[in-house]
Structure formats: C-alpha cells, structure tokens
Design a protein around this ligand. Sequence first.
Ligand code: FAD
Length: 283
Amino acid sequence: MKTTEKIDIRFPKTLAEALRLQAREETRGKLLAGGTDLMVQWASGVPAPGRATSIWNLPELSSIEIFPGHVEIGAGVTHAFLCDCPQIRAHVPALVAAAATVGAKQIQARGTLGGNAANASPAGDTAPALLVTGGSVVLASLSGTREIPLSQFWTAYRQIAARPDEIIVAFRLPQKGKARERFRKIGTRRAQAISKVMAASRILVEKGIIQSAAIALGSVAPTPVRLGAVESFLAGKSLSPAVIDEAERLAQATVQPIADIRSSAEYRRWASGRLVRDALENL
Ligand SMILES: Cc1cc2nc3c(=O)[nH]c(=O)nc-3n(C[C@H](O)[C@H](O)[C@H](O)COP(=O)(O)OP(=O)(O)OC[C@H]3O[C@@H](n4cnc5c(N)ncnc54)[C@H](O)[C@@H]3O)c2cc1C
C-alpha cells in the first residue's frame, strides 16, 4: 500500500449512528462498505482520507425483502448473497447474472451492491441490470429518506446524485413479471475481467409483439446508459429478423463509446449492436 497515513475508521453499530457521524463535516468519514474498490484505489495512489465510516455489516443495510410487485435489496448485500438468493434470481435474474461476474468468489463475498453502484464506474457490472428494472435508490440522512429513480442516479463519470451526508440504504426494484431478462458481459477473459462492453435487458413479448423493452449498456459512456432510441423503436413491433437487424443497427448508431486500454471505440460500437441482437434472439 503506497499510502502511509493512518485512517481513523469508525465502526457504528447502527444506521442511525452512521447517519449521525455523516451529518456533520467535522465527523463525516469516507463510507467504507466491503472496501474492494476503496482499498485498491488507496493502494494505487489515490490519497486516502483521514477518516472513514465503516458501514460493513450494518443490519439495516443487509436484508433482502420481497413485496408484491417489487423487491428491496439492502445496499450492504454482497454479490455472493445476491447470487444465493432464489427470490432475486426469480424476480431480477439479470442482476444475479451480473453479480456473478464481479471479480471472483473472494470479491463477491466482500463487495456490496451499494459499493458497486456508488463507485459509479461506467464498467460497474450491476448498473445496467439495475437500470433496466426502472427501479430506484433509497437514500437516508438524518433528515429522513428520499428515493431517486436509477435513471437519475449516475449523473456523470464517477458521480452520483447523493449528498455527502447521505447513505444508500436500499434498491427498490420492480419485479420482471412475465418479461425476460438477460445480462451479457464481454471482457478479455471469462473471470476477473473488467468489461469492454456489457448489456442488460428486460423485454416483454406477448403473442409475438414486443410490449416493452428496457435495454442498458455499460462501458460505452461516462455513465451506464439506457438505449432509449432502440427501446422506442422496439415497442409494439413484432419480433422478426428485420426488426432485430434494425435494432442492432440503431444501437450501433446510438452509442458513442471511447477507446481506452480495454477496447477500441469501434469494437465497443460493434459489440453494442451484437449484444442487443443477442438479447432479442434470446427471446
Ligand atoms: C480483484 C478485483 C476485481 C474486481 N472485479 C470487478 C468486476 O468484474 N466488476 C465490477 O463491477 N467490479 C469489480 N471490482 C470492483 C468492486 O469489487 C465492486 O465494485 C464492489 O461491488 C464494490 O463494493 P464494496 O462494498 O467493496 O465498495 P467499497 O470499496 O467499500 O466502496 C466503493 C465506493 O462506494 C461508496 N459506498 C459504498 N457503500 C455505500 C453506501 N451504502 N452509500 C453510499 N456510498 C457507498 C464508498 O464510499 C466508495 O466510494 C473488482 C475489485 C477487485 C479488487
């Protein structure tokens, strides 16, 4: 670890205690959940903060609740716990598929859904799967809780719509019902790879007609994105080869990826279209 400064880590026992610490600048610390993003950042030279507030294992952030029509997943739920939850697999299967591709087993045992979302990397695996649910994020502070649609949560590269005194407590996600979900990640390897491009989809087809389509991509823009143009094009269309061809073309025309160490912009654009095709052919 390059950092030699000591970090004063506080370990509140309850959410209320954590919120009290975060409420005032003089006591606020960097929120530390599983630490799998933060520890790597600090080790690689990002200056470590003087104070951190551990929210690891806070009981209020650690549960999964199933309600009629939606599920509520605590921000502190780990990827491993998500993968082991049959109800989440039934109601939000793309999220389970995404959680299963985060790092390897050790990282899944420690990394949390809240940490993945708050880290706000465009390559965060769970973001597209969260986005296609049309759900929301629940944030808490000493002044109470508020809910933000996931579509407004990632505001810019590595930026989220949470105030410094807020903690993400849960994700409120509509169940898929009769729709089908899919998640695909393209990386250099099958495991331990950050994505070049990834896609999640939630599409409802009845009697051969697409009733609704939600498709989101990661690693093609500063934030995870929904493909609104493709979704509008698909709604009401029959699921035919010509429609699939056009959806693929439209996706490739819509995205504006950058080139970086993991991939060229051209490959990302081409693969975006192929992932949309894959989602539709899978139906
Ligand atoms: C070897 C390795 C491989 C990895 N592979 C992948 C991969 O394939 N795909 C992928 O997406 N990620 C990967 N990651 C990144 C990381 O494991 C995940 O993003 C993980 O979900 C982060 O969760 P955490 O609880 O460890 O977050 P932390 O490191 O504790 O925190 C991350 C950020 O979120 C903030 N935060 C955490 N919880 C909250 C909350 N409740 N409210 C508000 N802010 C909060 C923290 O302040 C910090 O800014 C990898 C990491 C490692 C070390």
